[in-house]
Write a protein that binds this ligand. Structure first.
Ligand code: RB5
Length: 162
């Protein structure tokens, strides 16, 4: 596994709204750089787990550092070209509910019904404004709990069985 450099970047707002951790391969690098600035403007503290250029890398190397921060309480954003590789990888970790979204409706349902703690975006699939919409909704939509809590608890039971 590659060594991943973690840069902690302070938000522009001294009263941070929370911590958002980003990870990507080369396929999502451009959107990562763009979205980091967007969320800093919104008042979030950013942790950037790489990658730090468009040089070709392997997407699985960027999942674990993000997952560790999410399991410690941050919200996460993973990007790659399609979003599929990151989805497959991130959802192997117990306690991770990573949702590949392509519009605000998907992001809303991912939060309200699934309590998603990682948003996954495919840079080669959606436009920048859709990515911003997904992120805005992901960050501002609460989990509905109720019957949905029972269902996500059943996801943990599946993980225990395996
Ligand atoms: C990289 O070319 C590409 O395979 C990756 O970004 C992603 O789409 C994998 O699922």
């Amino acid at each position: 596994m590659n060594e991943t450099i973690i840069n902690i970047i302070d938000s522009k707002n001294e009263h941070s709204k929370g911590t958002l951790v980003f990870g990507t391969d080369h396929g999502g690098f451009e959107y990562k750089e763009f979205l980091k600035e967007v969320v800093r403007d919104w008042g979030y503290t950013v942790i950037d787990c790489g990658t730090h250029s468009t040089d070709s890398v392997d997407y699985p190397d960027y999942i674990t550092p993000v997952v560790k921060e999410v399991l410690a309480g941050a919200k996460g954003v993973l990007l790659c070209g399609s979003g599929i590789g990151m989805s497959i990888g991130a959802n192997r970790f117990k306690g991770i509910r990573a949702a590949l979204c392509y519009d605000g409706l998907m992001a809303r349902i991912a939060r309200e019904h699934n309590d998603a703690n990682i948003l996954i975006l495919g840079e080669r699939i959606i436009g920048k404004q859709e990515a911003v919409s997904c992120l805005e909704v992901f960050l501002n939509t609460p989990f509905q709990e109720g019957r949905h809590l029972r269902r996500i608890e059943k996801l943990d039971e599946i993980e225990d069985y395996l």
